[in-house]
Design a protein around this ligand. Structure first.
Ligand code: ZN
Length: 137
């Protein structure tokens, strides 16, 4: 599944074809680490939302190689600490998105999100959460 599909959002981002807020945080031959991308039609992104993605198309945690899993875990912990310090998050969530539904392709994207005090529910979706205007590279 080492594909690079022209319509795949993740591949387009990894190849520099999509704007990434403040640019890539870390990249090597196996993973790509960045802030969440700004959705079409939006000018801001949730403050405290980062992703760790594999370069290889693969659906989920059980499918990672040991080497990918070590790097994903390391960067999940590093991002969580940075998000907590930078946003004052009371907790940091992590969840995996394993499918690019528009084109039915497996992707591995681990989302790391801040939960702030005094904002309940799905705060990154409800418009109550702080958003940041970020410059793209
Ligand atoms: Zn892709």
């Amino acid at each position: 599944m080492n594909l690079s599909l022209p319509d795949c959002l993740i591949c387009r981002k990894h190849h520099g074809d999509l704007p990434v807020p403040v640019g890539v945080i870390y990249e090597d031959n196996l993973i790509y680490v960045s802030h969440a991308h700004i959705a079409d039609g939006q000018e801001t992104v949730y403050l405290g939302w980062c992703v760790v993605e594999t370069k290889r198309h693969t659906p989920g945690l059980p499918d990672l190689t040991d080497e990918e899993a070590q790097r994903v875990g390391l960067w999940a912990a590093r991002l969580s600490r940075a998000i907590q310090v930078c946003t004052g998050a009371e907790y940091v969530y992590a969840f995996v998105i394993g499918m690019e539904y528009r084109i039915s392709t497996f992707i591995f994207s681990l989302a790391i999100l801040a939960r702030r005090a005094n904002i309940g529910g799905c705060m990154w979706m409800n418009g109550l959460a702080p958003r940041a205007v970020v410059r793209t590279k």
